[in-house]
Design a protein around this ligand. Structure first.
Ligand SMILES: C[C@@]1(CC(=O)O)C2=NC(=C\c3[nH]c(c(CCC(=O)O)c3CC(=O)O)Cc3[nH]c(c(CC(=O)O)c3CCC(=O)O)/C=C3\N/C(=C\2)[C@@H](CCC(=O)O)[C@]3(C)CC(=O)O)/[C@H]1CCC(=O)O
Ligand SMILES: NC(=O)c1ccc[n+]([C@@H]2O[C@H](COP(=O)([O-])OP(=O)(O)OC[C@H]3O[C@@H](n4cnc5c(N)ncnc54)[C@H](O)[C@@H]3O)[C@@H](O)[C@H]2O)c1
Length: 212
């Protein structure tokens, strides 16, 4: 047992605080924005050029000074991402007391959460983690997965969702819907130019089911 539990969090409206404005803070911020986080603050006297640009564009709130304990108030996710290990430990401690989930960028075994490497293809999200044993391996496996699961998966998953919604609204004999949806998942990936008519697709899946 590696001691970690994976979840998918919805961050819209949730307060996320990053302490530190360097290279690692930038990576964490970009990950949050990609996930739709819209209530992010960065506490740091300095920012990378990219973070400065994003701050100017209103992507997050910049608290332009050194960390103060009050910064953790109301945070659901907190990132201790400065370049001072002792300070990161203190930030993490403050965060835990305030009830936040804490990520400490220089200490994998602290209580809290880790960030996995992520491949996004629309609604498909593939996350890889080595639980802190080797972030380099996670990043390598991500690159391999990116090559294997190309952009056609975004389109494919969109189609699978449409099929599923369509089938949920219609009446099927017990077990049939599940069986057809499993068969449809086997057909992925679809070429983007493939035109789908739900009725034709379902007829084809039914025929396939009978063959199996
Ligand atoms: C996956 C990814 C996600 C992200 O950051 O968003 C991520 N690190 C990434 C890359 C990366 N990080 C490091 C290298 C250099 C090679 C190496 O060390 O292996 C590379 C490789 C590279 O840059 O290619 C150095 C490093 N990382 C940590 C420490 C501190 C320590 O271990 O104590 C040190 C040493 C610092 C030092 O020496 O000073 C700690 C953590 N890094 C984690 C996540 C968590 C564990 C996740 C897991 O094991 O899967 C954890 C525990 C906490 C956290 O940060 O959440 C992101 C991939 C981005 C992508 O997808 O491309
Ligand atoms: N998790 C990972 O994947 C990973 C990878 C490499 C390094 N690291 C670790 O992450 C740490 C940060 O790396 P970096 O490259 O972003 O460093 P960096 O030097 O680029 O940035 C550090 C940031 O912390 C800010 N800071 C310093 N004191 C502060 C304070 N009192 N209050 C608020 N902000 C303060 C600085 O202004 C700067 O913006 C490294 O020291 C290293 O231990 C983690």
């Amino acid at each position: 047992m590696n001691g970690y539990y994976p979840v998918m969090l919805q961050l819209r409206g949730e307060r996320c605080v990053i302490v530190g404005g360097g290279r690692i803070a930038e990576r964490k911020l970009l990950g949050l924005l990609e996930a739709g986080a819209d209530n992010v603050a960065i506490v740091s006297p300095e920012l990378t050029p990219r973070l400065s640009e994003l701050a100017a564009g209103g992507s997050f709130q910049w608290v332009s000074r050194n960390f103060q304990p009050l910064d953790v108030v109301g945070a659901r996710l907190l990132f201790a991402a400065t370049n001072h290990a002792e300070l990161n430990r203190l930030i993490a401690e403050e965060g835990r007391h305030a009830g936040a989930w804490v990520n400490t960028v220089d200490e994998e075994r602290g209580r809290g959460f880790l960030n996995p490497s992520v491949v996004r293809r629309g609604d498909l999200l593939i996350a890889v983690s080595a639980s802190g044993a080797s972030p380099a391996l996670s990043a390598r496996l991500k690159r391999e997965l990116e090559r294997h699961y190309g952009d056609d998966y975004e389109y494919s998953v969109e189609r699978l969702r449409m099929l599923r919604e369509h089938m949920k609204a219609a009446v099927y004999e017990p077990g049939e819907r599940e069986a057809l949806l499993r068969l449809a998942a086997e057909e992925v990936p679809f070429q983007e130019e493939t035109a789908f008519d739900m009725t034709t697709w379902i007829t084809r899946l039914r025929a396939k089911r009978l063959e199996d």
